[in-house]
Design a protein around this ligand. Structure first.
Ligand code: SF4
Length: 380
């Protein structure tokens, strides 16, 4: 067997990242206001935040590494799923690359004994919820998500108590405990459809992403939708000013915008003002972006989402010049799944993801209800 000789080392954790990830350790999370302060601190640090995130290091993703990963996967009868925002080497060694929900559904249908989920913790939890009998591993359980962390189960209980008759709609970027308190989950592809399916006389509590919530409110025209003020610090960092400047500098380019981006509203506004022709602005989930990439006639496309997405877009349409709206929009949590972390995971069978049976059953109901309403397409 080929072996990688470089030792795996773990860098010390930083307080900044540890605070933002507290829910991944299933401990109490800070109030959203304090969480947002942490998110802003990470955003302000820009690329520096990714550089200081705790992570396993010391392994280069070379040919020996690739061979050892594939060999260990075969021996464990495991399948490796990688999110679109992972490092290119992790995407390239994986069995499947995609968005969180599509990968969870692949996990549920897989014959493998083990699912190795290269993504953030809530995604691996979702795979476990849909595959309760399989072992689910994540290469680094500290890989959290500032959006999922922006609401805790206790905060949702309090919010529900204020609106006892409301229907709770949660984006898939939520913890298993929050999904268990949810009536219907949604993705960025079907959020409008899910909310439109709800009795117009009933209040809707939409969480946790305020930008996706604003998009849904605008599309459905509902006044009785209450939106949680959560955000992803990576997407919120892609703002309208940057988008305007990029669009002006590249007048012939199309614009692919993820609805979690702070600039989604700006993109629609620019289209309405005629600054960017309406047909050039596409509000798309990550899965939708790949379909649009294969179909586009444009020579250049500006992409407003996490930069890891560019790897799959460039593979899907090599003749198109894909450019990030903000090249600092890199999720430090996703990038914690390093080549060293993956090797540790496969050598040692760590970190295993657990969701208690009752929480998993209730969370599964909210996901299945979404699937019953229509095609969930894809989320982040
Ligand atoms: S990009 Fe944002 S929403 Fe996605 S995992 Fe990172 S922090 Fe969470």
């Amino acid at each position: 067997m080929t072996t990688t000789t470089q030792p795996i080392t773990a860098q010390p954790e930083t307080a900044q990242i540890e605070t933002a990830q507290s829910s991944t350790a299933h401990t109490a999370t800070p109030h959203p206001a304090s969480t947002r302060r942490v998110q802003t601190a990470i955003l302000d640090a820009g690329a520096g935040a990714a550089a200081t995130a705790p992570r396993f290091t010391g392994v280069e993703p070379d040919a020996d590494w690739f061979a050892e990963v594939r060999d260990l996967l075969r021996k464990r009868n495991a399948t490796l799923l990688a999110h679109n925002y992972e490092l290119p080497a992790i995407q390239d060694v994986a069995d499947h690359v995609g968005d969180s929900l599509a990968l969870s559904r692949i996990a549920a249908e897989s014959d493998a004994d083990e699912i190795v989920f290269a993504g953030v913790h809530f995604m691996a939890e979702t795979a476990k919820i849909l595959s309760p009998d399989k072992t689910v591993l994540i290469p680094d359980a500290r890989a959290g998500c500032s959006l999922a962390d922006s609401i805790t189960a206790d905060e949702l209980r309090e919010w529900k108590a204020e609106f006892p008759d409301a229907v709770v709609v949660s984006y898939v970027n939520t913890t298993a405990e929050v999904k268990a308190l949810t009536d219907i989950c949604c993705t960025s592809s079907n959020a409008v459809e899910v909310v439109a399916s709800i009795d117009p006389d009933l209040d809707v509590l939409f969480l946790p992403d305020q930008f996706l919530g604003a998009h849904v409110k605008r599309q459905t025209g509902r006044d009785n939708i209450h939106i949680w003020a959560g955000e992803c610090h990576v997407h919120a960092g892609i703002n309208g000013d940057e988008l305007t400047a990029k669009a002006a500098a590249h007048p012939d380019a199309e614009l692919f915008v993820h609805p979690e981006c702070g600039c989604a509203t700006s993109a629609l506004y620019l289209a309405g003002e005629g600054v960017v022709p309406d047909e050039k602005v596409k509000i798309l989930s990550t899965g939708g972006m790949l379909d649009a990439a294969r179909a586009t006639g444009a020579r250049q496309v500006l992409v407003a989402t996490e930069v890891g997405m560019l790897h799959q877009l460039r593979k899907a349409a090599p003749d198109v010049d894909f450019q990030p709206v903000n090249d600092r929009a890199s999720c430090p949590f996703m990038k914690m799944i390093t080549p060293a972390a993956l090797l540790r995971c496969l050598r040692e069978g760590r970190d295993e993801v657990h969701v208690d049976a009752d929480t998993a059953a209730r969370a599964r109901r909210s996901v299945e209800k979404m699937i019953a309403i229509g095609n969930p397409g894809s989320g982040e």
